[in-house]
Structures are given as structure tokens and as C-alpha cells.
Design a binder for this molecule. Structure first.
Ligand code: SAH
Length: 353
């Protein structure tokens, strides 16, 4: 695999242009072209510079190979990488803008029992540029520009555990908000983690005030460990302390994801225990009804049960919302689209991108 241009910061790009013996303004052209989601072969630069770039960098490191549009407008994308790996992403339309869900790894090694992304373990980390390129490709496909973006918000909730790919994710976040680029600020970004506590502390020191989201899914360590092996390494108590530290450093309230799984975590007693854990803390709870994954036996709850759980939280003063499940007709939960694609074999899928 060649290097990935989208990994470079603005400063690194200027250095490349200087070494190639080109004028400084060429770095602007390259940077702008790249952030517009163009391939290197489409850059408006001299043929010799284009050749120098193509000799060193992938022309199109992340390519949209399939687009599916749900009845609710949600779009699911399959992307192919330069080494032939495939990842997926989603774009959800809200009143305030469009939120893109990006992957940070090919596969995942966290082993959560309800999640399709982890079924075959971790294949590899994505580079910063491969994460950014998912957004640049979708923004361009939908007619967005750098001024008038089609992608306004980003959630790191696709395949992978972002804090298990720490360096690349932090570099990506800096490039995402950098001036002159696509300029999506940290406030419009949510990073979801299964709760890698030491990395949460390290991240609090980076000075990136995004929406830190933690996948909780249970109220005791024992019950959590049944759903999430990572719970054997870090306790809920340690996670809450790390969240409090993030709040102290950034002033940002934090969010808990809680997927309701029938018979596991959704009785009234669980809701009351969640209240005891979170009451008075600067946090919000996102409830979601489990998205059933066919390879797993876990079952979801009825809408009525979900609203009952939400009611207990609200009545007891814990800020919470029940998230709508979006795009379930085009690939369901995280990792399902890719899993289906891998199963069918690459030849079975036609590109309609
Ligand atoms: N590794 C990160 C991001 C994962 S995906 C993390 O663990 O937070 C984003 C969210 O979707 C997480 O809260 C994850 O636990 C949840 N999730 C994954 N599969 C799901 C499913 N089948 N149904 C409901 N939520 C799911």
C-alpha cells in the first residue's frame, strides 16, 4: 500500500511540496482538493506534481462502492480501502444537519456480545486519513462543499473501538477541525468508547472538547461483563471517575449509551440502579432498543418496555432519550452491512454509488 495523503497535516503537506521543489501555494491547492474529496488525479496541479503525488500516495484511499438509502432517508455506505478491506458508514438526516457515523478500525477486538463489528475480531486499525476520507467521500457524493457541507456532524460509532486506535483517531480529530479544511468542530463530534479507562484519561488531556460517549449497557460489573468482556478490565466505578475527569478538563457533559436487551438489563430494578449511579452527574443517557444481530441470540425489548425504562429515568431526574432506530431496513446495527457483504462475497455486490 502507498502512503495516504489524507494522513498529512497542513504542515506536513507544505514540507512535501518544498521537498518536491514546488512553490508553497501548491500546498494550498493540494490541501483544498483533498478536503473537497477529490482524487489526486483530479487535482488542478501541474502534471509533474501530480505524478510525484501519485508515485507516493494512493489516488483514492477510500472509495464508496455501495450506497443504500432507507425509507427514512438514512444512507448506508460500503467503502473499499486500498488493500481490499471493506468498511461501512451511515449518514443520518436530522433537523439540525446530517450526522455521519464513521468506522475507526476494520473489525474490532472488544468482543461485545451484541455487536456485529466484532464477530471476526480486529483486522487492522484505520489510519487518520482513512477515517477522514470516509467523510470527504460522502460530503462530495452528496454535493457538499467546504463552505456548505453535506456532512455537519460526525459520530465515531461505526466499526471499531476508537480509543483502541488512539494515535490515529486523535490525529483524525485534529485534521477534521483544522482551518481551511472541512472544519467540523469538536462540538459537532461524538466519540463512543466501550470504556478503556486509561485512554479516557489520556484523551481528557488532549484538549479536544467533543461529546464523550461511553457504552454502559449495564448497572453492575457482573452483568456488564456478560455483555462486554472489557468490563473484566475496567469497573463502572472507574469509568464514572474517568468521565468526571473529562468533564473537569473540558466542561463537556458526557453521554452513556444503554442498549436495552431483553432479560439482561431492562427491568425496573435496573432503571432504578441506573438512577442511583447517575443522578446529579452532568450526563445524559441515550437508550436504544437492541438491534438484533442474526449471529447472536440476544433479543430486543418492546417499544412499551423501552418507554417504561425511559420513564423511570425521567421521573427520577436523570436526563435521557430513547433513540429512534434509523435505517434498519438497510443493514441494521453497526457492522451488519459489512458482515453481510463479506458473507455474500465481493462479486455479489453491485456498486450503485
Ligand atoms: N466501540 C465503540 C463504538 C461502537 S458502536 C463503543 O463501544 O462505544 C456504537 C454503539 O452501538 C455502542 O454503544 C455499541 O455498544 C452499540 N451497539 C453495537 N451493536 C449494537 C446492537 N446490535 N444494538 C444496539 N446497540 C449496539
Amino acid at each position: 500500500m502507498k502512503a495516504i495523503l489524507q494522513d498529512l497535516t497542513r504542515g506536513e503537506m507544505e514540507a512535501f511540496v518544498a521537498v518536491a521543489g514546488e512553490k508553497k501555494f501548491r500546498a494550498d491547492q493540494i490541501y483544498t482538493g483533498m478536503m473537497q474529496g477529490k482524487k489526486i488525479s483530479e487535482f488542478p496541479v501541474s502534471p509533474s506534481l501530480r505524478e510525484a503525488l501519485l508515485a507516493r500516495f494512493e489516488d483514492e484511499p477510500v472509495k464508496i462502492i455501495q450506497t443504500l438509502t432507507s425509507e427514512d432517508g438514512t444512507k448506508k455506505f460500503l467503502f473499499s480501502l486500498a488493500d481490499g478491506n471493506v468498511i461501512e458508514g451511515v449518514l443520518m438526516q436530522y433537523k439540525y444537519g446530517n450526522t455521519q457515523c464513521v468506522s475507526t478500525q476494520v473489525g474490532c477486538r472488544m468482543g461485545c456480545k451484541f455487536c456485529a463489528s466484532t464477530l471476526n475480531g480486529l483486522v487492522r486499525n484505520l489510519t487518520a486519513g482513512e477515517i477522514l476520507s470516509q467523510i470527504l467521500a460522502v460530503n462530495r457524493l452528496l454535493g457538499g462543499t467546504l463552505k456548505d457541507r453535506a456532512v455537519t456532524n460526525v459520530v465515531l460509532m461505526g466499526s471499531g473501538e476508537p480509543l483502541d486506535n488512539y494515535e490515529n483517531v486523535v490525529k483524525f480529530l485534529r485534521n477534521l477541525s483544522a482551518e481551511g479544511g472541512i472544519c467540523i468542530s469538536a462540538r459537532n463530534v461524538s466519540l463512543s468508547t466501550c470504556g478503556l479507562v486509561p485512554k479516557m484519561y489520556e484523551f481528557a488531556e488532549e484538549g479536544i472538547p467533543l461529546n464523550l460517549t461511553v457504552s454502559l449497557h449495564a448497572v453492575t460489573d457482573g452483568e456488564r461483563a456478560r455483555l462486554m468482556p472489557v468490563a473484566k478490565a475496567y469497573s463502572i466505578d472507574d469509568i464514572l471517575k474517568a468521565c468526571a475527569y473529562y468533564f473537569k478538563k473540558t466542561g463537556r457533559r458526557y453521554i452513556f449509551e444503554y442498549s436495552l436487551v431483553s432479560g439482561e438489563n431492562c427491568d425496573e430494578a435496573h432503571a432504578l440502579a441506573l438512577v442511583r449511579l447517575l443522578k446529579g452527574k452532568p450526563c445524559h443517557v441515550n437508550l436504544i432498543r437492541l438491534n438484533e444481530v442474526k449471529e447472536r441470540s440476544l433479543k430486543t425489548v418492546s417499544e412499551k418496555e423501552a418507554y417504561r425504562f425511559l420513564g423511570v429515568l425521567e421521573k427520577n431526574g436523570v436526563s435521557a432519550t430513547l433513540r429512534r432506530s434509523m435505517g434498519s431496513d438497510v443493514g441494521g446495527a453497526c457492522g451488519q452491512l459489512r458482515a453481510r457483504y463479506m458473507e455474500e462475497g465481493k462479486n455479489g455486490c453491485e456498486s450503485d454509488a
